[in-house]
Write a protein that binds this ligand. Structure first.
Ligand code: ZN
Length: 112
C-alpha cells in the first residue's frame, strides 16, 4: 500500500472510522500524537490528508496532502498544520457563508 509504512509511524486513536460521503466510503483515522487526520479512499486514490469538519471530510490541497502522507509522524501538534488545514479547496465556501449567515442572525437576535 502506497505510503502505508510511513503512516504506521502515527498512533491511531482507534480503528478506522468509516464515513459515507457523496457516494464514497472514506476510512478516517486521527493520530493521537500530532492530531493529523487522514482519509483512505477505496476508489484507488489511497491516503489523503483531510480536514474533518462538522458536516464533511475535506481533502487538503495536493501539496499539503502529499507532504503529510509522505512524512513520518511529527510526534507533536504542529501549529503550521493549521495553515495546511486551511489549504483545502474552497468547497467549504458554502459552509463559511452558512456560518456568517448564522452569525449575522445571532447578532440581529442580540439586538432585540
Ligand atoms: Zn502522528
Amino acid at each position: 500500500m502506497k505510503n502505508g509504512r510511513i503512516l504506521q509511524t502515527h498512533v491511531w486513536s482507534e480503528m478506522p472510522h468509516q464515513i459515507f460521503q457523496d457516494g464514497r466510503t472514506i476510512a478516517h483515522q486521527r493520530c493521537i500524537r500530532c492530531a493529523r487526520d487522514f482519509g483512505f479512499e477505496l476508489d484507488g486514490s489511497g491516503w489523503h490528508a483531510v480536514y474533518v469538519g462538522v458536516f464533511r471530510v475535506e481533502r487538503l490541497d495536493e501539496e499539503a496532502s502529499d507532504r503529510w502522507v509522505s512524512q513520518e509522524c511529527p510526534k507533536q501538534i504542529l501549529p503550521a498544520d493549521d495553515v495546511d488545514r486551511a489549504t483545502r479547496p474552497a468547497a467549504d465556501r458554502n459552509f463559511i457563508s452558512h456560518r456568517s449567515r448564522t452569525y449575522r442572525a445571532h447578532v440581529m437576535k442580540g439586538r432585540d
